[in-house]
Write a protein that binds this ligand. Structure first.
Ligand code: DOR
Ligand code: ZN
Length: 345
């Protein structure tokens, strides 16, 4: 096959930031994607419906002229989130989901949840209204090894929350383990999981062998090869539980290339070419549309895009190594392999 046409893909987990960074990187997502679930971990975080509406307007203002890209907003769940504000923002079409960060789990997560009993009324409202909860699934206990934090979270936090809140719709964000794949697959219609582009390509060796590679460091951190293979199998299976959420997370290079580098891989620019290469390698190009364009809207109960993109195979395509922004240069994820699929339209 040398050409494939898909419904326009969506990105069900994206960091667009704010200010100069937003202005610099928003066009990278808007070029190929139709919609994206926008993460609320700004500083300070997006916690109210009014803040989400204002942030949505700033995003729309950063898009290229004529762009049809639609940001789907989320609220950052805190222990003081007001259920009536959530209900009003959802009913007004301002927000699509809420995001749960365990406090301290990742970039700008200090306002996240420590005591899950405190968010019980919000979770119950969400279950009643069918508002999805996007979950960063890692425990933060210092005695749990960083490579085990996702699997432990499923047992100790996620499964108890789901059992205690029947009907709560949950997206396991950026799963990185076989345990995540197995749990998502068994979870039924109210459970979905996003998988990033980079976790389909790298394992933990890529970060650590031959010198530390800060641009491959993200959270949850990439795991052993057996886990990457489980993610590949899940993404390319066509199973409706799994859909694309790039977690494209720009940081200016000095913040990554540092003695304490930030977590995040920036994949907005080249994601579709990488995915086509990955799905072709696994003999699953016919499943790419399910993963990138159909399973996500089905979970979120939104229509599939009426637009299409076409990927054409040919000589290797190159992408810029960095995107220059007013907030500094942002290194584009290097998949470490030639990419042969060019995106048209
Ligand atoms: O690698 C990551 N970067 N993981 C996250 O959970 C947050 C994100 C960011 O905001 O930079
Ligand atoms: Zn993220």
């Amino acid at each position: 096959m040398t050409q494939i046409t898909l419904r326009r893909p969506d990105d069900w987990h994206l960091h667009l930031r704010d200010g100069e960074m937003l202005a610099g990187i928003a066009p990278e997502s808007a070029r190929h994607f139709g919609r994206a679930i926008i993460m609320p971990n700004l500083v300070p975080p997006v916690v109210t419906g009014d803040q989400a509406a204002a942030y949505r307007d700033r995003i729309l203002g950063a898009l290229p002229e004529g762009s049809g890209f639609a940001p789907l907003m989320t609220l950052y769940l805190t222990e003081t989130t007001d259920p009536s504000d959530v209900a009003a923002a959802f009913d007004a079409g301002i927000i699509t989901a809420l995001k749960l960060y365990p406090a301290g789990a990742t970039t700008n997560s200090a306002s996240g949840v420590r005591d899950f009993d405190k968010v019980r009324p919000v979770l119950e409202l969400m279950a009643e209204k069918g508002i999805p909860l996007c979950v960063h699934g890692e425990v933060v206990d210092s005695d749990i090894d960083i490579f085990d934090r996702e699997a432990v979270f499923i047992d100790r936090v996620l499964d108890p929350i789901r059992r205690a809140t029947p009907g709560l719709r949950v997206v396991m964000e950026h799963i990185t383990t076989k345990q995540g794949v197995d749990y998502a697959r068994a979870g039924g219609d109210d459970l979905g999981a996003t998988i990033t582009t980079h976790h389909l390509v790298i394992n933990r060796n890529h970060i650590l062998v031959g010198g530390i590679k800060p641009h491959y460091y993200c959270l949850p951190v990439a795991k052993r090869e057996e886990h990457r293979l489980a993610l590949r199998e899940a993404a390319t299976s066509g199973d409706a539980s799994f859909f694309l959420g790039t977690d494209s997370a720009p940081h200016a290079d000095p913040a990554k290339e540092s003695a304490c580098g930030c977590a995040g891989c920036f994949t907005a620019t080249n994601t579709l070419s990488i995915l086509a290469e990955v799905f072709e390698q696994d003999g699953a190009l016919d499943k790419l549309e399910a993963f990138a364009s159909r399973n996500g809207p089905a979970f979120y109960r939104l229509p599939v895009s009426e637009e299409t993109v076409t990927l054409v195979k040919g000589d290797p395509v190159t992408y810029p190594a960095k995107i220059e922004t007013g907030a500094g240069p942002v290194t584009v994820f290097d998949p470490g392999m030639p990419l042969h699929w060019r995106v048209e339209g």
